[in-house]
Every structure is written in C-alpha cells, then in structure tokens.
Design a protein around this ligand. Structure first.
Ligand code: SF4
Length: 338
C-alpha cells in the first residue's frame, strides 16, 4: 500500500536551512529509515564515491517504507549501475563546461543562465551536471561582471537563474541579485529553475514570495518534478502562495526508466501538477551523462507514451517531449510521427 506522508506541522514551519544542513548523506542511514537492509545494497552504496548522496528528510517522508523500487528512492539512491561505462555517455553531455564569464552560460541568443550556486538540496543520480566543475564557475556575491555582460547585449531579454539550485542562495543574496537585474532595461522576465521547494517546501519563505511577487517584471518558476508522489500538501501550499503572488508556475521533468516510464504515472503527474497550479511544460529525454545510462528510456517508447497522454489528457496537460543537444540554439522537440 502506498504510504505518502503529508508534511507535519514541524516540517512546515521548520527553517529550510536547518533542514538542508540535516539532509541525509549516508545511504545506509536512508535505507534503514525505510526498513531496508543496507547489506543488500553494498555495491550500490559504493557509487556514492562517484557522486555524493544527498536527500532532505521532507523528501524521504514521501517514500514508501520497505519498497526498494520506490520511484523517489530510485532517483536519489546511489546504484552499482553508475560504474558502467556506456558508449555515448560523457561527463559533459551538453558542452557546458566552458562559460562566457564565471557563473554565466550563454547558450541561447536571447537568454542567459546565471549559475547562482553550485549545490543542490538533493543530488539526483541522473543529473546532467553531476560532473560540472562548479568550483570554476562560481560568481560569488558579486554579479557585476555577469550584469555588465548582459547589459552590453540588448538581445538578451530573459535571465534564467540556475545552478545547482538557485534557491540555495538565501533571500538576502537573491534580493541583491534582483536589485541588479532590475537595472537591465531590456529584461522582459526572470525564470527560476529549481527543485528545492519540491524537496524542502519550507524554502518558500514569506520573504521569497514577497521578493518574487514584487519584482517589476514577470517571474516564472520552473519546478522539477518527475513523479506524482513528489507532490505533498506542504509543497501544494507553497505553490499556492507563489501563485497568489503572481508567479507563473511550470514544470519540467525527465523521463526515467523505472521511475515514470508509464502512461499511468505520467497522467497522474500532469493531473497532480494542475491541481497545485503548475502546468506541465517539458518532459526531457535523459541527457547522456556518464553514470546515468540505466535511467535511459528508448525514444520509440517515449513517443508511444506521449501519444497515450494525448489520448488521455487535454492538450495543455501534455508536456513537450524534447531533448537538449550540445550546441543547438534551442531545445530539440521529438518528432512524434517517427
Ligand atoms: S536538482 Fe537539478 S541540478 Fe540539482 S542534482 Fe537534481 S537534476 Fe541536478
């Protein structure tokens, strides 16, 4: 039987930074919490050397006790498969490791990515940036070089805050950055790509809601959710506050083998997202990053799944199946007629 725990009062009010500091990094501890025997996972646990494990308690609380195949656990637990070297899977699948100026990536003509923080609240095993050299791309607290770069290029009208997870920056830091962004006359909108409110809903503080809601230009938040079980009551309430403040909410997910690669789960995800005020935006094919080949879903299967979604859902709840390719000027939509 599915066990989905809604947040308790303590977690709701808890300080998000404290929850972050107390994130579980020991796979054996995580397994024991879920009633699983760590000795059965010895080879898997060794994969933490390739990419550390990190998962906040509020996310663990949504996993099912005793289920080694829980779709949320699978996204965060190191796996022996990560040692498999698969042809075509590289450390830099999107050709991102060279940045224009420290902390800034200029991949698309009208948009730039600002890398605010090198870390995330959760380490997703399939992450395309699991080998990203964050230490060489830290802008620190001073945005002047990045802001000057944007100011000199009027064609850049959207700034995307990324990471790691940009909401790892505290509210004071974010307020300083937004004050600098406000000086850019060409700016049409700011977009925030984040998974932090999903794994720690308490990250949506009153200060953050006020900051985003009062910015002079529209703010879009793109959450990263792959499975309906990731959406609990605490997250729902956090999204409600952002929505009330005028933040546009979208979701992008990744199609992951044995996590969400079936039509029932994807339909449930779209419906659940809509219930909490978020529109499904993208469903990405896996980026072919070294260590994540066991998550890959074949393109033919992905297309068949999307076709099923079109039969079962209104069009606005079907995410765009796409992939990101190094050097391309935009995401590449997958042709559903293939
Ligand atoms: S939250 Fe996003 S950037 Fe961070 S580890 Fe997960 S997939 Fe990667």
């Amino acid at each position: 039987m599915q066990r989905i725990i809604t947040r308790n009062a303590a977690a709701v009010q808890g300080n998000w930074q404290k929850q972050l500091a107390q994130a579980v990094s020991n796979p054996a501890q995580l397994l024991m919490q879920l009633g699983l025997e760590p000795e059965h996972f010895q080879k898997d646990i060794q994969a933490r050397k390739l990419f550390p494990m990190r998962v906040p308690q509020a996310f663990i609380d949504r996993m099912q006790t005793g289920d080694a195949n829980d779709p949320l656990l699978r996204q965060v637990l190191p796996a022996a498969h990560e040692f498999i070297e698969q042809a075509g899977f590289t450390s830099d699948p999107l050709g991102e490791h060279q940045s224009a100026v420290p902390g800034l990536l200029h991949k698309y003509r009208s948009r730039v990515l600002l890398i605010l923080k090198g870390g995330c609240a959760v380490n997703c095993r399939y992450c395309f940036r699991r080998h990203f050299p964050y230490q060489d791309n830290q802008p620190g607290q001073d945005w002047s070089e990045a802001i000057a770069y944007i100011a000199a290029r009027p064609e850049i009208d959207e700034v995307i805050l990324s990471g790691g997870d940009p909401l790892m920056a505290n509210d004071r830091h974010l307020a300083k950055l937004f004050a600098q962004l406000a000086t850019l006359p060409q700016l049409q909108r700011v977009r925030i790509h984040t998974r932090l409110p999903v794994v720690i809903p308490a990250r949506v503080t009153e200060e953050l809601v006020d900051l985003l809601g009062s910015f002079a230009k529209p703010v879009v938040m793109v959450t990263h959710i792959n499975h309906p079980n990731e959406i609990d009551e605490a997250f729902s309430q956090a999204m409600f506050k952002l929505k009330q403040a005028g933040v546009q909410l979208l979701n992008q997910g990744v199609l992951l083998r044995d996590v969400n690669d079936n039509a029932d789960t994807l339909c449930a995800l779209s419906n659940r997202l809509f219930e909490v005020g978020i529109l499904p935006y993208y469903l990405f094919m896996l980026d072919r990053v070294a260590g994540a080949s066991h998550f890959e879903v074949a393109q033919e299967q992905a297309i068949a799944l999307i076709k099923q979604l079109y039969r079962r859902l209104p069009g606005y709840l079907v995410p765009r199946l796409s992939r990101e390719e190094a050097g391309k000027s935009s995401k590449t939509p997958i042709d559903l007629q293939m």
